[in-house]
Design a binder for this molecule. Structure first.
Ligand SMILES: [Ca+2]
Ligand SMILES: [Ca+2]
Ligand SMILES: [Ca+2]
Ligand SMILES: [Ca+2]
Length: 257
């Protein structure tokens, strides 16, 4: 019996892995989970050794290549990018069927880099935004290219990824989210933009659907935990404590029986 229970536990799908995390080296748990970092990503594997992109606090992007024995070595470093790097992405941002490296900084700069030779393809103008607190990328409308969705200077901004212009900006000027997710969190078949500071916007028409009286945590994930085919927001507070929010019911889920 005990063996059966142990097998069931071992074979149970690990829930957290269901969140869309990049594949990073399989290190022992005490090395920390690098896949959780916004500023460290594997580049798609090609012919050569495994490569990683890392954005640092001092405004530089680094490329590391795998060497024997599980080590990595730096093979390229960028010029200074204005501000601390807030996040890096690998995505076909300009709809030419080739992935780019996309990075943003806390001082309002966005950069596209070539994924093979790391040359700068595009950056926004230095004075367009003073501060970006969070940025994500997703295709939220009918055109085929992805949009950059970010909080800049207190507003939520939707920015065309290929043609690089502001498609929309919120009337709200007090938005300072540090994480943004895109997903259908109320089961109506349309995506919402979820800000960790408690705002839910319709991703298509940008109506403010709900302003939660409290934030959803410093870090969030989306998962359906109650089989109603609606994703819940799982919010992490102080780096560990979890609370679960039913956005369709506009309340924190009660987990007590
Ligand atoms: Ca591209
Ligand atoms: Ca689009
Ligand atoms: Ca929805
Ligand atoms: Ca659910």
């Amino acid at each position: 019996m005990l063996t059966l229970i142990l097998c069931a536990i071992l074979l149970a799908p690990p829930c957290i892995q269901a969140l869309d995390l990049p594949d990073l080296p399989d290190l022992p748990a005490y090395h920390g989970d690098l896949a959780e970092f916004d500023n460290l990503l594997h580049l798609p594997s090609g012919e050569g050794p495994d490569r990683m992109v890392l954005g640092d606090n001092n405004g530089r992007i680094h490329i590391y290549e795998a060497r024997d024995g599980g080590s990595y070595t730096e093979v390229w470093v960028s010029e200074y990018l204005e501000g601390s790097v807030g996040g890096v992405f690998v995505v076909d941002i300009n709809d030419d069927e080739l992935d780019e490296i996309v990075a943003y900084t806390d001082q309002g700069r966005i950069y596209y880099l070539d994924i093979m030779d790391y040359t700068l393809i595009w950056s926004n103008s230095p004075n367009e935004y003073k501060r970006i607190t969070s940025l994500t990328i997703g295709d939220i409308d009918d055109d085929e290219q992805p949009e950059l969705v970010f909080c800049a200077d207190g507003r939520l901004i939707v920015y065309d990824g290929r043609d690089q212009y502001e498609q929309w900006r919120s009337d709200q000027t007090d938005l300072t989210a540090h994480q943004i997710l895109i997903g259908d969190v109320d089961g109506d078949g349309e995506d919402e933009i979820v800000l960790n500071d408690g705002y839910i916007f319709d991703a298509r028409f940008f109506d403010l659907e709900w302003q939660s009286p409290e934030p959803f945590g410093e870090r969030m994930g989306l998962l359906d935990l109650d089989e109603d085919q609606v994703l819940e927001v799982i919010g992490e507070f102080q780096g560990r404590y979890l609370r679960i929010f039913d956005i369709d019911l506009r309340r924190e889920k009660s987990l007590s029986r």
